[in-house]
Each structure stands twice: as C-alpha cells, then as structure tokens.
Design a protein around this ligand. Structure first.
Ligand code: F3S
Length: 66
C-alpha cells in the first residue's frame, strides 16, 4: 500500500497526523507531510492509512491499494 498527499487540496485540518502519527507529520504551517519514504505504508499500518484518508475533509490523503 502506498499513500500520498495532494498539497493542492490539503488545508491543514490535521486529522491525518492525529489519527496516523506514524505515517503523517506536519510542516511549520500545519500542512501534512509524509513520514514514510516513498509513501510506502509499513506492514500493519494499513488501517491507519485508510482511517486518515477517510477522515480528511478535503480528500487530500490518497491511498493506493497495491
Ligand atoms: Fe491536510 Fe487533510 Fe491532513 S487537510 S493536514 S491532509 S487531514
């Protein structure tokens, strides 16, 4: 599974890094950053990735099921 953030959609709501703090961080202005290299979701963190995507009000968290 891979994740990415669409920076053109992210408005800094922060739900992604609250719900999945191992996968997402925040930049100095509260916008989401990816903490995992290449967006590769480590084994066992898939549910957190989906939770973050489902809870982003801007649909800025993209999940690629692979
Ligand atoms: Fe941005 Fe959505 Fe997270 S708006 S900070 S990607 S919850």
């Amino acid at each position: 599974m891979r994740i990415s953030i669409d920076p053109s959609l992210c408005q800094g709501h922060g739900r992604c890094y609250d719900l999945a703090p191992d996968l997402f961080g925040e930049d100095g202005e509260g916008y989401a950053t990816l903490l995992v290299p290449g967006g590769e979701v480590p084994a066992g963190e898939e549910d957190d990735a989906r939770l973050a995507a489902d809870n982003c009000p801007e649909a800025a968290v993209l999940v690629y099921e692979e």
